[in-house]
Write a protein that binds this ligand. Sequence first.
Ligand code: NCD
Length: 311
Amino acid sequence: MIKIFKLKNIISIKDFEREDIEYILDEASKLEDIAKSRDISEELKGKILGLMFFEPSTRTRISFETAMKRLHGQCIGFTSSGSSSVSKGESIADTAKMFEGYSDALVIRHELEGVSKFISDIVDVPVINAGDGAGQHPTQTLLDLYTIRNEIGSIDNLKIALIGDLKFGRTVHSLSNALCLFDNVKIYLVSPPELRMPQEVLIDLDKTNVEYEEVSNIEDIIDDVNVLYVTRIQKERFGDIDEYEKIKGAYIVNKKMLEGKDLIVMHPLPRIDEIAGDVDDTKYNKYFTQAANAVPVRMAILKTLIKNNPK
Ligand code: NCD
């Protein structure tokens, strides 16, 4: 049976079914050799990707660019609101309409939830949400799942601890939603009380078979998980900076805690201090592999959306 990918836009992981996720992960596996430059592809030759990054980014933007270039496509765009005409007062809608004229697909990052969805409603080219405020980050989730599948062998039966800023961290929101599509998953939610997982995500988890438990200490769960998924405290999303100062440094994963454990450590990065440097040279470190996996996964996304939706 020929599998097809039905989505035109990637806005929220909640729009995905399990088979959509598996389609992208399988495509990404096939593109590994090209991602690592052991092979070449001209799949997206002559195509242009528009990168509209209103909010800072390193990995997401650079890996989208790398993915597009590995497929012989090209990129245009801006890296902050300040370097676009939005700073002169142009509306996001007008900016997006311009980009639609120039590109075959758009990648959007913005500090406000819902901006990618808004843009997808007014343009005809595929739109990819590369992070909207504290909302969703669906392509990060796809590369997280790809990493879990490669490293652990399966996403079903996973026991994962999501650690840190579960309130503002969009990566953990998307990842929790995605895990609802898999079997026999247990999620430990490890955060300070002020940064607990939002109620709306817990309600989504309640509707599925995913088992979850809110805990406050890493030590309580470390013997029971395959994955520690660590996140930074999202300083820029705090209304009151004193609140951030009180909470920062609340969780730190170090080499000593991990010794003898059968697990991997993941992190969407950037890391501040929540994973000690002494973990970097251990077998537990999968966060740099995870970052590298962004390329085959984003290649799979771009190839699929642009080829399925020619201009
Ligand atoms: C994350 C993001 O932007 O949400 N980074 C990323 O895309 N890899 C995580 C973060 O900023 O903490």
